[in-house]
Design a binder for this molecule. Structure first.
Ligand code: KIV
Length: 290
């Protein structure tokens, strides 16, 4: 049985079945000392309270990614994702976790117009969810925004390389950095985001050599997805790694095949309902003493 107590070691009243200190931004940043991360950082996406509870003991960070647009809401891309979606799911993940640092994605349209627009949106996300950090996409163009946020109490995770919110500009979700100019731009973007104050940076869909170079030359921890094993940590979309979808990008490793296991369970249930073999005596109520 877990006893829920108020975790007074953080500035927020976080219900915690294990009284303890939640992983902090400085603790994550400090994992890359002298340009190296001895033990890679573990990050997964989470969108719901129960999934957060299950993942939390194993992760350094939980990311409430705007991938929830496709994964939870069946949207065609992350572009239609709203602040309301991010805040509702962010709050659920914070409620379901006690150890991992929780970061919430800033949705498309909530931060790109100006640093002050970004501040208003990020402050709302932090107030409504209790998360410790936000993530936003973009390199050099976002440097002044990241600088303003970090100097006003909002820790930022950067995101460079394949940036899905820019799918209409990029023309698709293919790997980045195959051409020299693009590779140089990715390295410059990562450096700009780091110099602006991001405490860690997601590098997505970038060829191995370039993501390795980024990890070796940029100061904050680099979290790879479709990048390189030499990154300072890795992140995957939880539903992808659990095998919830028939088709996943090449960089995903499926650690389970939940889609077929859920299908099997639903089929067995349907057969038992139709044959009246569920519910049995075990699942039904009777008069006292009967
Ligand atoms: O939205 C998301 O899930 C992400 C990860 C893929 C890094 O940004």
């Amino acid at each position: 049985m877990s006893t829920f107590t108020i975790d007074t070691s953080t500035s927020r009243a976080t219900p915690s079945p294990v009284p303890g200190k939640r992983t902090t931004v400085p603790a994550i940043r400090a994992r890359k000392a002298d340009g190296r991360t001895a033990e890679p950082l573990v990050m997964l996406t989470a969108y719901t309270m129960r999934m957060a509870q299950l993942l939390d003991p194993h992760c350094d960070m939980l990311l409430v990614g705007d991938s929830l647009g496709q994964v939870i809401y069946g949207l065609p891309s992350t572009i239609p994702v709203t602040m309301e979606m991010m805040c509702a799911h962010g709050a659920a993940v914070v409620r379901g976790s006690w150890h991992a640092l929780v970061a919430v994605d800033m949705p498309f349209g909530s931060y790109e117009a100006s640093p002050s627009q970004a501040f208003v949106s990020a402050a709302r996300i932090m107030k409504e969810t209790g998360c410790a950090a936000v993530k936003l996409e973009g390199g050099e163009a976002m440097a002044s925004t990241i600088d303003l946020l970090t100097h006003r109490g909002i820790p930022v995770i950067g995101h460079v390389g394949l940036t899905p919110q820019a799918v209409n500009v990029l023309g698709g979700y293919g790997a980045r950095g195959r051409e020299e100019r693009e590779a140089e731009k990715i390295i410059a973007d990562a450096k700009a985001v780091a110099d602006a104050g991001a405490f860690c940076i997601v590098v997505e869909g970038v060829i191995e050599d370039i993501s390795t170079e980024v990890a070796q030359t940029v100061a904050p921890p680099i979290i790879g997805i479709g990048a390189s094993a030499e990154c300072d940590g890795q992140v995957l979309v939880i539903d992808d790694m659990l095998g919830m979808f028939e088709r996943t990008p090449r960089f995903v490793k499926r650690y389970d095949d939940l889609a077929s296991r859920i299908g099997d369970a639903a089929r067995t249930y349907a057969e038992e309902v139709r044959s009246r073999s569920f519910p049995t005596a075990e699942q039904t109520y009777r008069m006292k003493g009967a």
